[in-house]
Design a binder for this molecule. Structure first.
Ligand SMILES: C[S@@+](CC[C@H](N)C(=O)[O-])C[C@H]1O[C@@H](n2cnc3c(N)ncnc32)[C@H](O)[C@@H]1O
Length: 284
């Protein structure tokens, strides 16, 4: 079977999670199940969430019995949910307190390369960009209907693009935009950031993580670990600031004073890992 996603910083994430047999963990961003699988292999029990139904189906096919991890099957609970509902999901499954929680943010390799999902500025597709296909608004709807000032704000806030107003004006002048190629053509050298900006807006990503991380922290047992892998500075800033706030209040110990990044060999074998930053903490 084609690999859904190559897990990033896999061994480091599991080492920081301090996986112990029989203990409960949460993988808040199950994706292709790479981290979930490793936690199971190390003997942990996993509650795994993803807001993408395709991801949940893929993991079910790979990890739910019959599977290579033993006859009885791993102690794995899979839930299709946005992690914004983390507390509710964990409590609904009596999965509290937990020994460790992982967030591996952003999109999976499969989402990025799947025709039809519209995440990549390099591949042709519709302007969709929804991680959860049940979300009401696709990127194209925002791009083609929002007023100029709102578009400029999205580009500035979520893409940190210099000259975002001029770029938004250009987009408006070319509306309606139908495909990823239409958007990439107009936005040129800023395409990567423009796609990041609309993806963040469509999925309300920064708000979701700002609301989910405190819920995750509350679910940890004393000594429990939280590991967050982020892929751009907007995400990393939120993680860093929350971790520092909790540490300053004496609630946790930061295990990574500087974020951990992939080494050269990981970057060479998985270029998508290039911008990854891992931060970890231990609840007091
Ligand atoms: C980078 S991938 C995770 C890959 C996974 N760790 C692995 O090794 O296969 C990120 C996943 O998180 C999911 N995701 C992103 N934001 C989410 C949210 N707010 N709630 C639930 N899932 C989310 C995406 O749908 C995607 O499948």
């Amino acid at each position: 079977m084609e690999q859904f996603h190559i897990p990033v910083l896999l061994q480091s994430a599991c080492t920081y999670l301090n996986i112990r047999p029989g203990k409960r963990y949460i993988d808040a961003t199950a994706g292709g199940g790479g981290h979930t699988r490793e936690i199971l292999v190390r003997g942990g029990h996993v509650l795994a969430l993803d807001q993408d139904r395709e991801a949940i189906s893929e993991i079910t096919a790979c990890l739910v019995p019959p599977h290579p991890l033993g006859e009885k099957g791993p102690d794995l609970v899979l839930v299709h949910s946005n992690f914004i509902h983390l507390r509710e999901v964990a409590e609904g499954h009596q999965w509290r307190p937990v020994s460790g929680i992982l967030f591996d943010l952003g999109v999976s390799g499969r989402q990025l390369t799947a025709p039809g999902r519209g995440f990549s500025f390099q591949l042709p597709g519709p302007l969709d960009m929804r991680m959860d296909q049940e979300l009401p608004h696709q990127a194209g709807e925002l791009i083609n209907s929002l007023p100029l000032s709102n578009l400029a704000l999205i580009l500035k806030k979520y893409g940190e693009i210099p000259g975002s107003f001029a770029l938004a004006k250009k987009i408006v002048a070319h509306r309606p935009l139908i495909t990823t190629a239409d958007l990439a053509k107009i936005t040129g050298k800023f395409s990567r950031r423009v796609f990041q900006a609309f993806r963040i807006a469509v999925n309300d990503e920064l708000n979701a993580m700002s609301l989910a991380l405190p819920q995750a922290f509350d679910l940890l047992e004393p000594g429990g670990r939280m590991v967050v892998i982020s892929f751009h500075s907007l995400e990393d800033r939120i993680v860093k600031n929350l971790f520092r706030t909790w540490a300053a209040a004496g609630l946790c110990l930061i295990l990574t004073p500087r974020p951990l990044t992939p080494d050269e060999s990981e970057i060479n074998s998985n270029p998508r890992s290039t911008s990854a930053k891992l931060r970890a903490l231990q609840h007091n």
